[in-house]
Structures are given as C-alpha cells and as structure tokens.
Design a protein around this ligand. Structure first.
Ligand code: PLP
Length: 439
C-alpha cells in the first residue's frame, strides 16, 4: 500500500551523529511551549501510524501531530498529489494571480460547509485564520457604520492560537494573560460551558453568558468559541444545547458568531464539523490542522456573502489581509487530496469505531488513584489527572511503552490518525492505563 520511498529509507539519518545533533537542538532550537534544552526525541521517518526514532524504535502515534495527520503519515495518495504539484510549481504569489489548487480547494470548502459560508480566505496557519476571522468581524461592523463594535466575547477554557488577537481570546489563566497584560486587547469572558456533552442540559448553564452578551452587545463584534470540543485550553466537551443558545443569543443581540473548528473540523468529533452536533451555522468559520491531512501548514477562514459584501463596501474596500504565502499551491494540493481521500472513505464508521474503543479501553483509568475524569468524543480520548504531571517524564514513559503521547498539565489525551488499527489503538490505551497506574 505504502510508497517505495519512505519508511525504511534512512539515507539522511544514517551518517548523522544524533548525540551531537540533539545537543545542537538543545542549545539552539526552540520547541513549542518548552524551555530550551527540554527533552526531544529525533524522528527519522513516519509511516502510517508509526513514527520511527533515530535509534530505530517505532512508536504508535496517538497525537496525529496535533489533530492534523488524520490519514497517517507518508500516505501514497497525498505524496502523489504534492509531488505532482511540485512538478508544476511549488509556489506563486496570490496577489493578482490564481491557480488550480486554490480554486479546487475553495470549491470543496464551499461545498462541504453550511450553505451561507461561501467566501474563502486561505492563509498559512490556524492562528492567522483566527486573526483573519476577527478582522472580518471588526471590518464588518465598521462597514455597517458601527465601529464601536470591536470587542470579542468568548468562554473560558478556550484555545485559539498564539498571535496577539488570538491570544486575547485564549483562556486567561492557561493563556497567561498576566504576562502580556496591557499588550493584548481585553475581551469579555463567560465561564467554561458547564454541561457535559453527554450529560443533561441545565438552562442555568447559559445564564452568565446571556447576561454578558446583553450587557456588552453595543461593543461586541463577535462571539468566538470552539464548538462542542475545547482543545488545547482544557480538552473539554460541552452540551450541543449550549451552542444553540449561543447562536440564538448572537442573533438577538446583533453579534457575529465565529466558530473556531481548527481542531474539530474534518470529522474529529464524529461529525464533519463540530457545529453539526447542534445544527448551528456560524457567520465565520476557521479551519486548519487536518485541512492538509497534516502535510503542510494551511488554514482557511470562511464567511457569508453578506459579511464579505459589507466589508467590500467599507472604507478600505477590501479585507485588509494578505500573507506572502497565501494559498500556497503545494499546501492547497495536499488539502484537495486529503479532503477527497476523507470523503471517498467511510470516516464516520472509522471515527465511531475509535470512539467506542477509546471509551471502553480508557474506562478502567477512572478507577486509578491519580485520575479525576475520563471523557471521549469522536476520535478524541482524554484522561484528566488530579494533579498536574511532569509531561517530560510522562513522554519518556510513553516512549518506553512504544507510543507517542504528549500530555500537558492535568491532561493525558490522544487523537490518533483515523486509519489506526484496532490492535494499535489497544496498545495506545493500554500504555496510557499502565503509565497512569504507575505514577
Ligand atoms: C491549533 C489551534 C489554533 C492555532 O493554529 P496554529 O496552526 O497552531 O496557529 C487555533 N484554534 C484552535 C482551536 C486550535 O486547536
């Protein structure tokens, strides 16, 4: 099934002195949210659901490289799509020019998302997609002659990216707003949605949000949130009714709704979009992460014809954004191939099977002394511990157990590639259970 070039080809790694290479890394390279010199494991190849380390060990991947590699690594169809595009052109500016991969991707995104979302902005990363969404909302209200509507309302426990506007709507505690106080815009925060996804709905869960949106409506451009499943801010799954109430309140108070589906899009929660759990259509939608099947950095912000038209008639006459690598053809080609691959397969059944197996096999963790909660939604499994654990120590134990899991704080979680086999998923869940039993 897999292409010839790949898994066993260690050409580039063989001559390397990995001890010295990692020493250089420790001395010179920053890694995400990690101090310089934090432990890192060199990877020389990735294939299917396996990462091959420089020392030859092969790990079962539980992370999909942060929600992205839904089809697994080194996939022949995605390789071919990128290779063919590389033969035509790797990149060309999008200012004044266009190309097939962008048009093909735009058409798919318009077709696969709710009908009113038909204007597509292709940018380089999730954080930028969030910046673009916020800019769209602000420029929209400017175009409506209401420039005072420029703040955002969100819920605690969210994560929307690392750039300044995105940071301003991340959870104020885990997002460390204190560090940047005075430098990031101050937004309005409602409590984390209290009702669990699979628990009963309590109408009181929306009360504080309803009060805040009513009190601030005159200055709010938009509500932004991760629908149904909050990711890096807390791995929390909340009740679809909460989202329906938010949608209705936004309409009542003339506030736009931005759905950040960068982590949840493309089937991860069991529906194509997490919004589909509540039959809610946002005014602005952000996609990223799994958009290219984990091959390249690319994200998209979609909005309605009405919002785009108002922005176009505003003072600037256009949306004021345009990254150098906007709609990069290689990334667009990977995205088109990834979406076609997803839609041609039976992803609902795959994700449903992973959900059932995660729920069954992580359930025993609930009885462990260290564990406070276990929750599963779609192909996402979360074990919350009672106290924050040292993630470097845990990662090392997971590597010893033959799996790749990167916990943070009190959260040990997995969102494996959809192609993971039953046996490999069992190895993953058994490793989690064992490692957490031993701490
Ligand atoms: C990862 C993520 C982002 C940021 O995306 P980057 O590509 O890392 O900039 C934004 N929102 C959500 C919900 C995410 O999970």
């Amino acid at each position: 099934m897999r292409s010839q070039a790949g898994s066993t080809d260690n050409r580039w790694s063989e001559p390397r002195d990995w001890g010295r290479a990692v020493a250089f890394d420790h001395a010179h390279l920053w890694h995400p949210y990690a101090p310089m010199g934090a432990p890192v494991w060199p990877v020389v190849a990735a294939d299917g659901v396996r990462l091959t380390l420089a020392d030859g060990r092969r790990l079962i991947d539980g992370m999909s490289s942060w929600w992205a590699a839904i089809h697994g690594y080194n996939h022949p169809i995605l390789n071919q799509a990128v290779g063919e595009q590389l033969g035509r052109m790797a990149h060309v500016m999008f200012g004044g020019l266009t190309h097939g991969p962008a048009i093909d991707l735009g058409r798919r995104l318009v077709d696969l998302t709710p009908a009113p979302l038909e204007k597509v902005f292709l940018c380089d990363s999730g954080s930028v997609a969030v910046e673009v969404a916020i800019k769209m909302a602000i420029q929209y209200w400017q175009g409506c002659g209401r420039p005072g509507k420029h703040r955002l309302l969100t819920v605690r426990g969210g994560y929307h990216g690392d750039t300044f506007a995105a940071m301003s709507v991340c959870d104020p505690v885990t997002g460390m707003h204190r560090l940047f106080a005075g430098l990031i815009p101050e937004q309005v925060f409602a409590p984390r949605p209290a009702c669990r996804f699979d628990g009963p709905w309590e109408p009181s869960a929306i009360t504080e949000f309803a009060e805040l949106i009513a009190a601030h409506a005159g200055e709010l451009a938009a509500v932004i949130l991760e629908p149904i499943a909050q990711g890096a801010g807390g791995m929390w799954f909340y009740h679809p009714q909460y989202l329906r109430e938010v949608r209705a309140l936004c309409a009542t108070h003339d506030v736009l709704l931005i759905a950040d589906e960068i982590a949840t899009g493309f089937g991860r929660t069991g529906r194509f979009l997490a919004c589909d759990h509540a039959q809610v259509t946002p005014d602005i939608l952000c996609l990223g992460k799994a958009l290219t099947g984990g091959y390249m950095t690319l994200a998209a912000t979609l909005t309605t014809d009405r919002i785009a038209t108002v922005i176009g008639h505003g003072e600037a006459g256009c949306l004021m954004h345009g990254p150098t690598f906007m709609a990069n053809p290689l990334a667009c080609a990977a995205a088109v191939a990834s979406i076609d691959l997803l839609m041609a397969g039976d992803w609902q059944t795959r994700v449903g099977a992973i959900a059932g197996q995660l729920a069954r096999e992580l359930e025993p963790c609930r009885r462990l002394a260290a564990v406070a909660d276990v929750r599963v939604l779609g192909a996402i499994g979360v074990v919350e511990t009672r106290v924050a654990l040292d993630s470097s120590v845990l990662m090392a134990r997971f590597v010893d157990a033959g799996v790749w899991v990167r916990p943070f704080g009190r959260l040990v979680y997995v969102m494996p590639p959809y192609v993971i086999s039953r046996e490999d998923l069992s190895v993953l869940t058994a490793a989690i259970t064992r490692v957490l039993a031993d701490i």
